[in-house]
Each structure stands twice: as structure tokens, then as C-alpha cells.
Ligand binder design. Sequence first.
Ligand SMILES: NC(=O)c1ccc[n+]([C@@H]2O[C@H](COP(=O)([O-])OP(=O)(O)OC[C@H]3O[C@@H](n4cnc5c(N)ncnc54)[C@H](OP(=O)(O)O)[C@@H]3O)[C@@H](O)[C@H]2O)c1
Length: 262
Amino acid sequence: MDLGIRGRKAIVNGGSAGMGKGSAFALAREGVDLVISARGEDRLLKTCDEIQKETNVKVTPIKADHSTDEGRNKILSACPEPDILVGTCTPPPFTYSYEKVTPEEWQETLDVSLLSPVEFMRATIPGMVKRKWGRIVNIGTGAAKTPTEVRILSGPPRAALVNYSVAVSKKVAKHNVVINNVLPGMHHTASIKDRYNKIAEENGTSYEEEIQKFVENWKIPAKKFGSSDDLGAFVAIFCSEQASYVIGQSLVIDGGIGNTTF
Ligand SMILES: NC(=O)c1ccc[n+]([C@@H]2O[C@H](COP(=O)([O-])OP(=O)(O)OC[C@H]3O[C@@H](n4cnc5c(N)ncnc54)[C@H](OP(=O)(O)O)[C@@H]3O)[C@@H](O)[C@H]2O)c1
């Protein structure tokens, strides 16, 4: 299927690894030119090179922290009129007791996972409205919908982000500016590989064994972790020409772990 977005311009914040990279690849395969931001330069340059070589689109790496004003200005200067905005970050750390979460940890997670996407939407939507075309996808977390103590730094800011983006989506839908969210469960990504390789080393097991343990303990119906490339394909669909009537939705992609009817 042709998603009808060839020649469009996208900012992918947090696109050097994981689901951001999966999304960047999926957009590039549809012929979208990309500005990709990340803090770490080596991985960013490697990813941009990989995408450019495979898809031949224009890919501009921007080394920047999208949770700061300085980083946001740098990213927006490289692409002042994006048609598409995709935002993601590294999963906030697990929390093992609500009592131990400090104000500093709250501020950090709010800056990166709530205020950053909010500021990017505020900066880019007026132009999209003027040009009568825009697509925005925030990659949040399934924990926005299914709270657990271990994800206190991850779920609550994204629940707020979903609330905000749905409210704004209703205001701008008539201008063909479409805002949606993707809420992932467990996926094989760079951060997950780091975390479970470390645990495997401590336990004298393998990455695969640790993932399988998680799958059994948390009773994931699909019996596996998801793929960031597959998730990226859904992000690209939300960015498609065909998505103009999909307004303020939050698609959970979690192998069935969430326990709600809708
Ligand atoms: N992976 C999972 O199983 C899982 C489960 C539930 C929810 N999620 C959610 O899914 C999203 C993506 O997770 P992921 O596992 O794909 O992450 P990941 O593998 O750690 O990739 C995160 C990407 O964002 C970049 N990044 C992080 N902070 C940034 C910042 N402040 N400025 C610019 N770039 C930044 C990272 O590069 P640099 O580090 O170089 O900046 C990297 O490119 C997160 O919102 C996470 O909470 C993930």
C-alpha cells in the first residue's frame, strides 16, 4: 500500500534506536525526508547512514537533547516546517517503590516525556494548520493506560501527554492536522537489550532466557516481545494520507498484556 507521503518532511525525535529508529525507517521507506535527533552522536550517525543507504531519502542527523530549549531550537532550525512529527525517548527508569521517587526524578521524566512533546507540538502545529497538512505521533507507553508501581515515572506523564494531545487533536483536525499516540508494551529495543543483557550477566543466564522469564511472569499472551520495526510500520500508517479521519487515538501495541476491553 502506498501511504501517499513521498516527499514529505519529518522530524523524528529519538530516532537513532529502538522504536524511534523503527519509525524513521518505516517513514523513509515511504519516501519521507528525515531530520533525526538523539543525544549520542555515534549511534545517530550510524542509523542515519543505514537509513540513507537503504532508502535513498534525505536524512539529517541532529545531535541534541530534545528535552531542553537549546536542543529543541537546534532540531527546529534544521526542519522549521515539518509535515510529520514523531517523538520518543528512552524508557524512564523502573521504580520499585512510589515512596522513593524524588522531585528531581519527576522533573527529569516530565521534561523528556511530557514537556518535550508538548513544546514540539506547540511549535509545529500552527505551521501545519496553515499548510493544511500535518501528522503527529507520540510514542508513549501502555503504562499510560495500565498503571503499575514499577512504571510510575513512565505511565503518569504519558497519560497526561495523551490527554493533552487528544484535546489538541480535536481542535486542529479540521485543518487536516492529525494527532495520535502509539502506546507500546515490551519490545526488543536498544534500552531493553541493555537492561536484560545486564540482568542476564548478573544471573548467569542469556538475554533470551531473561525475556522468556518476563513473558511468563507478566503473562504476555503473544508469548514474546514485539519488534520495533513492526511498531514503526504502525507509526507510519498514522502519518499516512489515509489517516486524515483517525483523530486523537491511542493504539496499544503490547502483545495483549494490557487488561482492558478497549
Ligand atoms: N522498549 C520497551 O519495551 C518499552 C516498553 C514500554 C514503553 N516503551 C516506550 O517506548 C518509547 C521508546 O522506547 P525504546 O525502548 O525504543 O527506547 P530506546 O531504545 O532507548 O531508544 C530511545 C531513542 O531516543 C533517543 N533519546 C532518548 N532521550 C533523548 C533526548 N532527551 N533527546 C534526544 N534523543 C533522545 C535515544 O538516543 P540517545 O540515547 O543517543 O539520545 C534513542 O535514539 C519510550 O517512550 C518508552 O517509554 C518502551
